[in-house]
Every structure is written in structure tokens, then in C-alpha cells.
Design a protein around this ligand. Structure first.
Ligand code: SF4
Length: 462
């Protein structure tokens, strides 16, 4: 028998990616190896996202496609986990996935090896189970960058959101575990840490006695930023996603410490107070702007990203225009704008009518998209002539085109000797490209920007 193998498909946010890395540790721990192709695997797991209907529809489509493999390989184990399984209290989603063998919320992933062994003992011979899945060390995919979960779940209950149902209430990891994980990552060459949590800046350490005695802050999230800054080797630090309510002066102060990147992703969702109230976001547009002003006063060139939902139940044109105004005032660098879709089980699904037409949602989305592109193009011009610090994560060898193949051999040789292109992100999380060889991958390099577009800075290594 060949070595038992798994194939893992991950949808959704960084938190899901981090959870998948933990599942990989569990599976590899009992001898399974990663299969690149679905058809080669003995176990296929789908880590799902529920944030929008379209995300769930993708999963239904994927499971249907896997049915073809299962028909040829009846002993294939198909598993579904993540937010879909987490929020499926009445089993309605499960009923639509008849070929699935394993169906479990993320928090139960520690049982995975045991369950696989129960179905196919020839694959896994283990009855071990891990109770607290956050104790499982993730199988990191990059040596230089890592996502570190400091919290799961959420207590905010925004009316449109499934997360508190899918992932449960907020649970914070001990600071001791978090710092041990970060130190180990750094010992293996990691330089960039992203702290993850659903409302990451509401973090409260269950073990505050493990903060350093000389930590200058009171607010626990500011304290954690300070602690990570003390770890030699962490040169790039950021976090996602904070909630505007918890952007205290101390957190903003700690963001100005040296390791912190020059970027924050701060979801606003709407620029209208009544819509924000119905979303249960717990702040007004003016309060959000006040946070932005405090951030910019402390870190003048901070790049700011956000999340916006257009077409939320009852959103009028006038209310949408308030979002447009706020967008201009906040001068966002990037926005992940979503067209509202009802999620069953949420308060909005029970209390409000999804009454903005699909066409109107699309139109509003396009208005914001165009606005964002104009703003970001203009803002990016400030980088031209400046030097940005880039962590290179990818190299693209020179492309051989048909045109090149038609050229004389000597010219082909010269072109093939070109170094190719390196890609990475600046400290403002702007995608940056420069000509260079594969040896730059994993390095932090200074790049002088010669051209700036909406989504790309181009330049040369200094
Ligand atoms: S803060 Fe709101 S949108 Fe974010 S995860 Fe919690 S409930 Fe969902």
C-alpha cells in the first residue's frame, strides 16, 4: 500500500488558512502525506467559509465535483469542516452533503486522526485526540511569514454575521503559548508575524501574569504588540482584524513601535449611522473617523484598508451616499466591498428584509470600486522616487514567448539570461515588483520605486 495521503482545500479568511495549517500538523503527525492532486488522496478535507452565500455555494459545487472521484474510489474519505459545519445547528447544510463522511466544527479538529482511523484503520492507527485545537502547532507553509491566532470566536454579534454562531464566543489564547509560538517561529527564520483574531484588539490574556514586568501598557492588546516587538528577529508585525471600538490610544501608540508595519485593516462596513445601528456595529461614522484621525496623527503615512457591505437591508441611496462620503474622508487605500447577502441564523435574517435589489447592490459596489481605484492610484504616486522595504515572497522566471523563440539564438540566450521578476509586499502592504533573481526570495530588500499603479509598485533594488 502507498503512503496514506490527504488533500486539503481551504476557503475563506486567514483564520481558516491558519486552522488548515493545524490540521496538516495533525494529519502529518499520524503519517499521512500531502497529495497535490485530489485524485491521489485517501482523505480530502474542505475547510469552509460561510461569510457569504457565494462562499457556501462554492463548497456545494466542490463536494458535487468530488462525488466523481468517490464513485471511482468508494473508500475515499471526504470531510467538511470550518464555518459551514460550525453554524449548521439544525443539520440543514449537512443534509445537502450526502457523500461527506466527516463533518465537524473547527474546534473539534483534534479528533480528526481518530475519526479517520475508525473509518479506515489501514490509514491511521491512532486513538489519540487533542482537546484544545489551539494547542496544535501549525504546519507553516512559509518560513519567513506566519499567521499566529491569538483569539477565536467573537462576542460582537453584528447582525449580518455568522461568525459568533460558527466559531462560538470569543476565546483568547494564553500569552505564554502565543509568545512561545512566535519565538519558535523566529528561531526557524520567520521575520513577519500577523496576529489573528476576529476582533483581535479586544484580546484579554487569560494569563496576564506572563506579560513582562516592564511592559509599559495596560491594554492587553497593546501589551502583546509590545511583547512581540521585544522578540529579536521580528522585523515585520501586523494584525487582522481589529474592531474600531477597541482602538485605544495605547493600541495606536504600540502600532508606532519599530516592528509594526505601516498598514491597518479596519472594517467600517457602512458610513451611515442608522445602517451601522442596524448592523449592531456599536459605533457611529463620526466615531470611526475619529479613530482614523487618531491613527493618522500618530502614524502620518499609515495605509488603511477596510471592509464595506453595500445593499444591507433597508439601505437607501442617501445612506449609501454617506458611505461614499466616509470613504473619501477616510481616504482608504483598499476596501474589500461585499454585496450584502442574507445568512440564515443571523439576527438580520430574522429581523430585516433583504430589500435592495441585486442590480442596485452591484451598482453601489461598482461606485465604491471606482472611487477606491481613483484614490489608491493617486495615493500610490507618493511612492515614486521613494525607497520601500519589501519582503520578497515570489520569483517569476523570465517568460519565453513565441516571439522570442522566433528570434536569433544569440538574442534568445541573452533574454533567457535575464533574472526574472521578484514580488513581495512593502511595509504598507503594497505589492511591489522588481527585476531580480530567485536568491531574493525570503529576503527583505530596499526597492526604489520608479512607477506606481493601482495595485502594483515597480522599481529597482537599491
Ligand atoms: S465583529 Fe462582527 S463582523 Fe466581525 S466577526 Fe464579530 S460579529 Fe462578525
Amino acid at each position: 500500500m502507498s503512503t496514506p495521503s490527504y488533500h486539503l482545500i481551504t476557503y475563506g479568511c486567514q483564520m481558516n488558512k491558519n486552522d488548515s495549517e493545524r490540521m496538516e500538523t495533525l494529519l502529518q503527525g499520524v503519517g499521512l502525506v500531502r497529495a497535490e492532486e485530489e485524485g491521489d488522496a485517501d482523505v480530502i478535507l474542505i475547510n469552509t467559509c460561510s461569510v457569504r452565500q457565494s462562499a457556501e455555494d462554492r463548497v456545494f459545487g466542490k463536494v458535487k465535483a468530488l462525488n466523481k472521484i468517490k464513485k471511482k474510489k468508494p473508500d475515499l474519505i471526504v470531510g467538511v469542516t470550518g464555518c459551514m459545519a460550525g453554524r449548521d445547528r439544525d443539520g440543514a447544510i449537512r443534509k445537502r452533503l450526502p457523500i461527506v463522511d466527516l463533518y465537524f466544527p473547527t474546534k473539534d479538529m483534534g479528533q480528526l486522526p481518530r475519526w479517520i482511523g475508525e473509518i479506515r484503520p489501514e490509514l491511521v492507527n491512532s486513538t489519540d485526540a487533542v482537546e484544545d485545537y489551539l494547542k496544535v502547532k501549525p504546519e507553516y507553509h512559509s518560513k519567513r511569514q506566519a499567521f499566529v491566532s491569538i483569539q477565536t470566536g467573537c462576542n460582537k454579534f453584528c447582525t449580518y454575521c455568522v461568525v459568533p454562531f460558527a466559531r462560538g464566543l470569543e476565546k483568547n489564547r494564553p500569552i505564554l503559548d502565543i509568545m512561545n509560538e512566535i519565538r519558535e517561529l523566529v528561531a526557524h527564520g520567520c521575520v513577519e508575524i500577523t496576529l489573528l483574531g476576529q476582533t483581535v484588539n479586544s484580546y484579554i490574556a487569560p494569563d496576564p501574569e506572563n506579560f513582562s514586568a516592564n511592559n509599559p501598557y495596560e491594554h492587553h492588546f497593546a501589551r502583546i504588540l509590545w511583547e512581540v516587538n521585544q522578540v529579536e528577529g521580528v522585523t515585520r508585525l501586523h494584525f487582522t482584524a481589529p474592531h474600531p471600538l477597541h482602538m485605544t490610544d495605547e493600541v495606536i501608540d504600540a502600532m508606532a513601535l519599530p516592528a509594526h508595519l505601516n498598514f491597518i485593516h479596519l472594517p467600517v462596513q457602512s458610513g451611515d449611522d442608522e445602517v451601522l445601528r442596524r448592523m449592531n456595529r456599536r459605533y457611529t461614522a463620526a466615531e470611526f473617523i475619529e479613530v482614523i484621525d487618531r491613527l493618522r496623527a500618530k502614524i502620518p503615512n499609515l495605509a488603511i484598508g477596510t471592509d464595506i457591505i453595500v445593499g444591507f437591508c433597508g439601505e437607501s441611496e442617501e445612506q449609501f451616499q454617506k458611505t461614499v462620503e466616509l470613504f473619501k474622508r477616510a481616504d482608504f487605500d483598499i476596501s474589500y466591498t461585499a454585496q450584502y447577502s442574507t445568512r440564515s441564523g443571523t439576527a438580520a435574517a430574522r429581523a430585516f428584509k433583504d430589500d435592495v435589489s441585486r442590480e442596485e447592490k452591484k451598482r453601489r459596489w461598482e461606485v465604491l470600486q471606482k472611487l477606491m481605484e481613483g484614490i489608491v492610484y493617486k495615493k500610490n504616486q507618493r511612492f515614486v522616487g521613494e525607497i520601500v522595504s519589501v519582503l520578497v515572497d515570489r520569483h517569476e522566471p523570465p517568460k519565453v514567448t513565441d516571439e522570442m523563440l522566433a528570434m536569433p539564438e544569440k538574442i534568445q540566450e541573452l533574454m533567457a539570461a535575464q533574472p526574472g521578476l521578484c514580488y513581495g509586499q512593502s511595509r504598507e502592504l503594497k505589492l511591489t515588483r522588481f527585476p531580480g533573481g530567485e536568491e531574493y526570495v525570503g529576503q527583505i530588500v530596499d526597492v526604489k520605486v520608479t512607477r506606481a499603479d493601482k495595485w502594483l509598485l515597480e522599481g529597482e533594488v537599491v
